[in-house]
Design a protein around this ligand. Structure first.
Ligand code: PEP
Length: 263
């Protein structure tokens, strides 16, 4: 279903009316985690002012440590909905449990499946039945074939509105949080008709790498990027070191906007 064999033209997926696919370089930005109404609104206003067309933000956070901030749950979804009403930006937010899919889908414009759940087949199937577009991150140790098969689980449930997201894979290299597998973008685009975007924030895990990795994503023809931003990264409850501040985001957005042929 997701292969290009029977579907030679690349697909465009619409999220609350915003297109992601060939001919676009969709900028998705927002906080890694929803912390407070003020922080989420400030991040969304930064995103919107810079030209982002979709808002990201996690209310259910899959954390490596059980002692780390796990997200606000439904209260976080309510904050996102309020911020959407205020800014007009459709929401992309993660769901980590099949039992929460209906709840998250009742607030979200797009469901995000994170790297840690890239082969949680029950969750993938539930997301496929939720009636919302799905952003599917690549598993941190997943091959491209495994990623596409994960997408197939969603598609099998009748939902072809799937966007693939390369977010870096685990390698021996420790200088970066993950290793951005830039070749995965054109490879996945050749094998599948689904749009492919890049997450430079979670790939490098470092603010100073977000811009260069975004340039790399643009150079290989990614259909969009998803970027962490925070009004005060030094106090962020999740992934502050990779969050952009206002000026950085504007610079990044200018690079994205100035691309020839981008709609
Ligand atoms: C995220 O985007 O908030 C996230 C946790 O990403 P990943 O699943 O790629 O680690």
């Amino acid at each position: 279903l997701v292969s290009r064999e029977n579907h030679p033209n690349r697909s465009v997926v619409r999220v609350g009316g915003v297109p992601i696919g060939p001919g676009t370089m969709t900028l998705i930005a927002g906080p890694c985690a929803v912390e407070t109404p003020e922080q989420t609104l400030a991040a969304a206003q930064m995103a919107k002012a810079a030209g982002a067309t979709l808002l990201r933000g996690g209310a259910f956070k899959p954390r490596t440590s059980p002692y780390a901030f796990p997200g606000l749950g439904e209260a976080g979804l309510r904050i996102l909905a309020d911020v959407r009403a205020e800014t007009g930006l459709p929401i992309v937010t993660e769901v980590v449990d099949a039992g929460d899919v209906a709840l998250v889908a009742s607030y979200a414009d797009m469901l995000q499946i994170g790297t840690r759940n890239a082969q949680n087949f029950t969750l993938l199937q539930a997301a496929g039945e939720a009636g919302r577009p799905v952003m599917l991150k690549r598993g941190m140790s997943g091959t491209i074939d495994e990623w596409l098969m994960a997408a197939e689980y969603v598609a099998q449930r009748g939902n072809l509105d799937i966007v693939l997201c390369e977010r870096g894979i685990r390698t021996f290299e420790k200088a970066t949080r993950n290793t951005l597998d830039i070749s995965a973008v054109p490879v996945a685009q050749r094998l599948s008709h689904l749009p492919v975007i890049v997450d430079p924030s979670h790939s490098g895990g470092r603010r100073d790498l977000v811009l260069p990795l975004t340039r790399a994503a643009i150079a290989v023809g990614a259909d969009g990027v998803i970027i962490d931003v925070h009004p005060h990264p030094e106090t962020a409850l999740c992934d502050g070191p990779q969050a952009l501040v206002d000026g950085d985001l504007r610079e990044l957005a200018k690079i994205v906007r100035d691309l020839p042929g981008i709609v």
